[in-house]
Design a protein around this ligand. Structure first.
Ligand code: ZN
Length: 110
């Protein structure tokens, strides 16, 4: 449900930001690391700086993924995505649909 400012409710807005950033981290992992490796070999003659970047990027994606997976359901406060993961459409504990108003309003499709 959209609020008066035109965005999603604050609780879902945080989830949406977490999900978007995590997907961006995943989507750009290979292109960025490959480009960094190519550039690193050209500039320094070694791929070590690119490995450091790749390792840091992987750690960041993992930590961001944990933040998203353990994001609390707006209604019951339990981890919303556990046990079904990012493709779940509702909370497995209380049944709140994704994007729905936790106070009882209608949900929105993702
Ligand atoms: Zn719930």
């Amino acid at each position: 449900m959209k609020n008066m400012s035109g965005g999603f409710q604050p609780c879902w807005g945080e989830f949406r930001r977490l999900r978007r950033r995590w997907l961006l981290l995943l989507a750009f992992y290979v292109p960025v690391c490959y480009s960094a490796g190519w550039l690193s070999v050209r500039l320094f003659g070694s791929a070590k700086p690119a490995f450091v970047l790749a390792l840091g990027w992987a750690v960041a994606a993992g930590l961001w993924g944990f933040r998203m997976i353990f994001w609390p359901c707006p209604r019951c406060g339990q981890a919303f995505l556990i046990p079904w993961g990012v493709f779940t459409g509702r909370c497995s504990r209380c049944g709140l649909p994704k994007w729905a108003d936790p106070a009882g309003g209608a949900g929105m499709a993702s």
